[in-house]
Design a protein around this ligand. Structure first.
Ligand code: RTP
Ligand code: MG
Length: 145
C-alpha cells in the first residue's frame, strides 16, 4: 500500500467537479485517508511548487493555486502515486488523453484541475506539508475506517 498527495485545484472546486473527480479515484479503488477544503497561502503554494520556482510560469502558477479554495487529500492504494498520475493525465493540455481527468475536463495547461505527487519521495514531502498532523494517530481519519 502506498500513499500520495492529491489536490483538486481552484478551477475544479469553482466548476463544481469535486464529486466527479473524487468518484474517479474512488472507483479505481483508492481510499481517502485525509481530506480538507482549504484556501492556500502564497507561502504554502511556493513551498509546494518549490521545484518550479525558476520557471517562467511560476508566478502565474502561484496566482492560480491561491485564487480560491482547493480540495487537498491523501489517497491510499496499490501504486497510488502512479495510479493517480495516470488518472490525472498529461500536464500539457494538448497531450491529455480523453478518459483522463485533464483530458476530459481541462482546456488549459495551467488550469488543469488536479495535482498528484510525482514520486514516493514527493508524496512524503507533500503529505507532511499539507497535513502536518497526519502522522499523529489522534488526528488521522483513517483510524475511523
Ligand atoms: P502537478 O505538479 O500540478 O501535479 O502537475 P504536473 O506534475 O503534471 O506538472 P508540473 O510540471 O509539475 O507543473 C506543475 C503545474 O504548473 C502548471 N504548468 N504550467 N504554462 C506552462 O507551461 C505550465 N507548465 C506547467 C500546471 O498547472 C502544472 O500542473
Ligand atoms: Mg508536478
Amino acid at each position: 500500500m502506498e500513499r500520495t498527495f492529491v489536490m483538486i485545484k481552484p478551477d475544479g472546486v469553482k466548476r463544481g467537479l469535486i464529486g466527479t473527480i473524487l468518484q474517479r479515484y474512488e472507483q479505481k479503488g483508492l481510499r481517502i485517508i485525509q481530506a480538507r477544503l482549504m484556501k492556500v497561502s502564497r507561502v504554502l503554494a511556493e513551498k509546494h511548487y518549490q521545484e518550479h520556482r525558476s520557471k517562467p510560469f511560476f508566478p502565474e502558477l502561484i496566482d492560480y493555486i491561491t485564487s480560491g479554495p482547493v480540495f487537498a487529500m491523501v489517497l491510499e492504494g496499490n501504486k497510488a502515486v502512479s495510479t493517480v498520475r495516470l488518472l490525472n493525465g498529461a500536464t500539457k493540455v494538448e497531450d491529455a488523453l480523453p478518459g483522463t481527468i485533464r483530458g476530459d475536463f481541462a482546456i488549459s495547461t495551467t488550469e488543469n484541475l488536479v495535482h498528484g505527487s510525482d514520486s514516493a519521495e514527493s508524496a512524503e514531502r507533500e503529505i507532511s506539508l499539507w497535513f502536518p498532523d497526519a502522522f499523529t494517530s489522534s488526528s488521522s481519519a483513517s483510524d475511523c475506517l
